[in-house]
Every structure is written in C-alpha cells, then in structure tokens.
Design a protein around this ligand. Sequence first.
Ligand SMILES: [Zn+2]
Length: 175
Amino acid sequence: MSWGKFEIGNVKPSSKNADFFKFTTGEHLIRIASNIQFEKIHWIEKMPFECTGDKNCKYCRTGDKPKNQYKFIVINRADDLAETMTCGQQFAEAIEEIAISINKDTKGEYSLFDFDIKAKKSGTGMDTKYSASVPIGAKPIKFTSEEIEMINNLKSIKTEEKEDKKLYDEFDGVE
Ligand SMILES: [Zn+2]
C-alpha cells in the first residue's frame, strides 16, 4: 500500500495519548500529513505494544496474536491540530483509492496531501464501517507554517525509516 511520497520522517513510535486522533462515529474533516506506516500491535489489557515480528517478541511467545495497524499524522480540522491517527485495513484502502484518483484526475499536479478528506465512521461492533471521500468542490490547500511545525513535532528522526520499511515490505501483498 502506498499513498505517495511525503517528506522524510515517520511518526514517533510513542506519542502522548492526547496527540491521538479519536475516530468517533460520524464525519471528521482531516488532512493527511505524513506517509503511511504499517505496524503489528499486541493489545494487552487495552494497551498497545509493538510486535517485533520475530521469535524474540515476548508477546507472541505468550500466544497473543498481533493485529495489523496503520499509522500516520493528520491535521484534525475540528481544532486544526496535528494528531497521530491509527486505522485498520478498510480505512487505509479507502484513503489509498483517494490518493490514486487525485493523482489521476489532476494528471499528477496534486496529491492526497493537497486536499482535506472527509473521514466517516458508521455502525457498531463487527458492522463498523470506515470510509473516506474528498468533499465536493474541495480546493487544494497548502499546509501553513504553523501546521508544518506541528507535523514535524509528531515525527521521529530519519534513521527509523529503515525498520519501518522492512515491516512494510513484509506486509505488502499479503492482504
Ligand atoms: Zn509479537
């Protein structure tokens, strides 16, 4: 899965709880503000722990199965603050479709990162659905310098990219 290229840098491995986007039922206007990262997460007593993906993972050794998760940075238009967002396969694929269609419709002039996106959560439990769309008549908007500063504060240093790439490569094409 690829959403196209963004600036170098990935989401910090551990962000403060307050920095996380809360995907509540309903519609949210967001701006995708980083590339996408794939992770495997163990949920132990409602707390997330990153799976190392090999036999040294202490959570795998207890028999717990890790769950797939995607992570990226967004600007939440509810308060115009940068937040870390996590999601599953369904929403990540919806965003990927948008990325592809924006590229196609604008002949490469614009990308996913130039438009606000409407993110929608509906249903409950096993019937929960996640979708995404570009609002009708949406115009491309540039990030402000304040937004770029907030985004960079949620990013980690460049050297962590290699490891993330490895996780991503392993995952690509499996599901
Ligand atoms: Zn594990």
